[in-house]
Design a protein around this ligand. Structure first.
Ligand code: NDP
Length: 313
């Protein structure tokens, strides 16, 4: 099998990957970007993006990703559809990293920028799947505004759910928080914030049986897992906040990760524990997870890669 030799490989096509591509191509690193299974990343599953600076009227998530791709291509990024299936990282300074694409093609890269993102976890109900984009969302900060003055529900009892419930309570009339245990996992401080809101209704020991509505969410049917009592709650939006899973499987055993599988970067940089390998975006950030912060770290990764390559000469 012949090996293609390149300076910079970018894995992932969300805001982090494309921003890294814009900077890396302008720095003449001639980056090759592999899109992964979901070209454009998580933003392609949301509707309007209203909080990315520079779009005063907002922008559709998929449109924004096409624009980011065009911008990266304008400076010469080679954008390819494909999945990285195997990685063999080199722990020597200046060492080359070998990456397999779709179990077939091999690439030898001097630097790698990992921007494979994280995927929101969903409940796995068919009704939930059907209504994704029709009122089921995994991002309150992205989509909460569309339910201004309306009743919504949120599933989960962690810090994300507590934070998003509080956020939604500022916008929506009523927020029903559906927690499967008898207590929240969220920190006490977060729980206090939730309890301080009159318009957040907590449903403990509760799970969603079905999301109601044909094309848009009209309600949820929940079941109390202690009493088995069922209840229908009318809502026009349902937010799923049961955690995210970073897309880091292929790097396990090589890159340093935290317990949840997020790649650990050094200090305020995007350096990983392997020289020449950088991580940007949600794959290394479980805290902020915004398009603009992902884009920011994508820029940092390209600058780190450029400086790393310069240091070798
Ligand atoms: P967590 O894993 O902490 O919490 C997930 C929540 O979802 C838990 O309440 C869990 O229930 C529930 N859950 C999981 N699966 C299901 C399911 N199938 N059905 C119903 N409920 C389910 O994820 P988070 O996203 O909340 O937080 C991730 C990390 O990010 C944490 O370390 C958190 O502290 C951190 N974070 C910090 C913030 C801050 O400090 N400002 C803000 C946001 C996140 P159960 O408890 O029963 O398992």
């Amino acid at each position: 099998m012949s090996i293609e030799k390149i300076k910079t490989l970018i894995i992932g096509s969300g805001p982090a990957g494309y921003t890294a591509a814009i900077y890396a191509s302008r720095a003449d690193l001639k980056p090759v970007l592999y899109t992964g299974m979901e070209p454009g990343g998580q933003l392609t599953t949301t509707t309007e993006v209203d909080n990315f600076p520079g779009y005063p009227e907002g922008v559709e998530g998929p449109t924004m990703m096409v624009e980011l791709q065009k911008q990266a291509e304008r400076f010469g990024t080679d954008v390819r559809i494909g999945m990285v299936s195997e990685v063999k990282l080199n722990n020597k300074i200046g060492g080359k990293h070998i990456v397999k694409i779709d179990n077939d093609k091999a690439i030898e890269a001097e630097t790698i920028i990992i921007s494979t993102g994280a995927s929101a976890k969903y409940l796995g109900l068919p009704s939930e799947e059907r209504l994704k984009g029709g009122g089921v969302s995994a991002c309150a900060v992205c989509d909460g505004f569309f339910y201004k003055g309306q009743d919504v529900a949120i599933v989960g009892g962690g810090d994300t759910a507590a934070e998003e419930a509080t956020y939604l309570s500022n916008i929506c009339s009523r927020v029903t928080m559906i927690v499967r245990k008898g207590e929240m996992r969220a920190s006490k401080a977060m729980q206090h914030r939730v309890h301080a809101r009159d318009n957040i209704v907590l449903k403990y020991f509760s799970e969603i049986e079905e999301v109601l509505g044909e094309t848009v969410v009209e309600g949820v049917r929940i079941i109390n897992n202690k009493t088995l009592e069922k209840e229908v709650i009318k809502v026009s939006g349902l937010f799923i906040a049961i955690g995210h899973k970073p897309n880091t499987e292929i790097f396990k055993g090589q890159l340093d990760m935290d317990d949840a599988g997020y790649i650990i970067t050094k200090g305020k940089t995007t350096h990983t524990n392997y020289p020449g390998v950088f991580a940007s975006g949600d794959v290394q950030d479980k805290e902020y997870r915004q398009a603009v912060t992902a884009a920011g770290t994508g820029c940092m990764a390209a600058l780190d890669a450029e400086r790393y390559l310069a240091s070798l000469t």
